[in-house]
Structures are given as structure tokens and as C-alpha cells.
Design a protein around this ligand. Structure first.
Ligand code: ADP
Length: 191
């Protein structure tokens, strides 16, 4: 299955992704993780990336698209993958669709984890990652609302969007995720 998980910062994507990759037996493609890896490696690209991440801004598309394209071409992605943190803009989404189409592939479904803003702030304060400084976090939420939220309509038009209530225990949310993606799985009737 080729699946995308979308949600604002602090929605619990990481936790649900961990569970989903075991459930679906697909690799976890997290652009946030790829970027943090580049930053730790200290390459010139890593230094450039850090400037954007530290301010809560999106890293420029050429860097992201280069990274993701390379990763999607790996053999372990042939049978499916879980994308986390990508796509984040309409440009990224359209580029992903073209890239997959050229390989006669397509995204099967897109799961939105919906969490109210007050709860996101509460969780951010409890987590304490380096880009979780309150003002940086506000920029990341704004970036989600402005640049990423339009993707929900994009995938809804394709008939691929499922929206999940991201409030409650991780277990309860995961049950909702599993139930909602079932109809897109291999056993589902062909659309
Ligand atoms: P979160 O969803 O909690 O913001 P991520 O780990 O997905 O966390 O992303 C952390 C940061 O990495 C983002 O704030 C952004 O700067 C950068 N980033 C991650 N994915 C992308 C992407 N697809 N396009 C641009 N920037 C990205």
C-alpha cells in the first residue's frame, strides 16, 4: 500500500506511523527524519536545511524533492511505503503524482490526523524538541494551515482522503486509522 499521513505538528503522526509501518510492512519515509539526519551529518546541505528548520519554515522544494525522489527509487519502496511529512505543499503533491505516474504507480490513500490547535500547543509544551520553541511552533502551525491544509482538498478530489479524529489514546486512534484504510487495501474492491 502507498499511503500518506498528514497532520499538523504535534498531531501524533510519529506514533501512528510507527504502528502503521508494522501493520502494513512498508518502509517509513519521513522527510523530517531525513532532514534531521542531514543536519546531524553536518554537510553543506545540512547546514542550509538547519536554517529553515530552526525557524519552522519549509525547506525549499529542490532539496526535498531530490531527497524523496532518491528514496522512492530504492528497491524497498516497490511494494509500498508510508510517507510522513511529505508532501507538504501542492507543488510537492503534484510532483509526487507525476513521479509515481511515470512509474505506473499511484498513492492509494491519504490519512488526515485532525487535532484542535489548543491540543497541539499543549502536546508541544510536553515534548520539547529543538524546533518546539513556542514561537517556532506557531510558525510551523501557520505553515501547516497555509501550505499543507490545501492538500486535503486535493486528495479529497481524488477520492483518497480519510480524516481521523486525532484525539484520544494512541491505541484508540490507531484502531480508527486501521479501520479507515481497510477499504483502500489489497482486498478492497477495485475502484
Ligand atoms: P512536524 O510535522 O512536527 O512539523 P517534521 O519532522 O515532519 O515535524 O518536520 C520538521 C521540519 O522539517 C519542518 O518544520 C520543516 O522545516 C522541515 N520539513 C519536513 N518535511 C518537509 C517538506 N516535505 N517540505 C519542506 N520542509 C519540510
Amino acid at each position: 500500500m502507498r499511503i500518506i499521513l498528514i497532520g499538523p505538528p504535534g498531531a501524533g503522526k510519529g506514533t501512528q506511523c510507527e504502528r502503521l509501518i508494522h501493520h502494513l510492512r512498508v518502509p517509513h519515509l519521513s522527510t523530517g527524519e531525513m532532514l534531521r539526519h542531514a543536519v546531524r551529518a553536518g554537510s553543506p546541505e545540512g547546514l542550509e536545511v538547519a536554517r529553515y528548520m530552526d525557524q519552522g519554515q519549509l525547506v525549499p522544494d529542490p532539496i526535498i524533492l531530490g531527497m524523496v525522489t532518491k528514496r522512492l527509487e530504492s528497491a524497498d519502496c516497490r511494494a509500498g511505503f508510508l510517507l510522513d511529512g511529505f508532501p507538504r505543499t501542492l507543488t510537492q503533491a503534484a510532483t509526487l503524482d507525476e513521479l509515481l505516474e511515470r512509474r505506473a504507480m499511484a498513492i492509494d490513500c491519504v490519512v488526515e490526523l485532525a487535532v484542535p490547535r489548543e491540543e497541539l500547543v499543549r502536546r508541544m509544551l510536553a515534548r520539547g524538541r529543538s524546533d518546539d520553541d513556542p514561537s517556532v511552533f506557531a510558525t510551523r502551525i501557520a505553515s501547516f494551515e497555509l501550505q499543507t491544509a490545501p492538500l486535503l482538498a486535493y486528495y479529497a478530489r481524488q477520492g483518497k482522503l480519510v480524516s481521523i479524529d486525532g484525539m484520544g489514546s494512541a491505541d484508540a486512534i490507531f484502531e480508527r486509522v486501521k479501520a479507515s484504510i481497510r477499504r483502500f487495501g489489497p482486498a478492497a474492491p477495485r475502484r
